[in-house]
Design a protein around this ligand. Sequence first.
Ligand code: OOG
Ligand code: NI
Length: 299
Amino acid sequence: MNRIETLNLVLNGLMTRYKQRVPDVGAIIQAMLQEGIIQHADEIENDHIAFRTMGVAPLGITSFEKIFLHYGYEKRDYYHFSGKKLDAYWYAPPADHYPRIFISELRVQDLSQKTQQLIKSYTDEVKTDPVDELDLDQAEAVDRFLHSPLWRIPSLADYNTLAAESEYASWVIYNRYYLNHFTISIHNLKAGYNDIAAFNDFLERHGFKLNSAGGKIKTSPDGGLLQSATVAEMIEATFADGEKQKISGSYVEFAERKVLPQFAHLAPEKIKRKHRRDGFEANNADKIFESTYNAQTKS
Ligand code: OOG
Ligand code: NI
């Protein structure tokens, strides 16, 4: 099996588990079908998917990215989030119909000593880079890896202690490499739904709750990238000693990429991905991370 076929299987596996965990995914697709925005679910273009990691050796971005670099993804821009103590990169896909990938990492070294020790009490269970031990040409092995624990199930007390200092840390300690979100491309949808404001209206009419951090529409300074996101779905999590608590799982994002000014003269049917604003935007991302934060999920 070649690398592209393996990538197809790995992406399908990720989307399957994600849809099971996030009922909003199926419900949004259903609403899009019902309103005639699409005729079939596979018309939906996936702009990007995102993962979160713990920035401790031998894990973090340098470990995780090896999977997708192997399938032909190319590492692009770096982003830093000082308030949230995160770093991130985005990765361009091997072909236009694949999603971009956004991988972030918690800067564990920037947290308090106490929290660092708590995180390491879990991550120290991983002695060597687990991706190095994977056969990346075996889709099934990669799929299993992406959906298996890297460390023991956390205790509820540890989860809550982490959340008090970093809600990203508590999310990763429980959810690990589960797909954090997929992103519906808005700009190629039919008129009346192909801009973020109109699509947000549609979502809210159908009862979906949007992340309001910094406003529901996150806009890049160049005006070319507009994003919105649902707030994460709450999942009933079972902790180490059988204790249960609702915690945030994953969410859905929406992206509108405008045609770049130098291609404004092109006829609409000529417009390809390369003619639109590419990449990500730190200030948009900073607010989108909050889709799993308590301030957004509680209300
Ligand atoms: C990622 C948030 C950033 C984007 O498109 O800028 C993001 C996350 O919540 O892990 O998805
Ligand atoms: Ni995103």
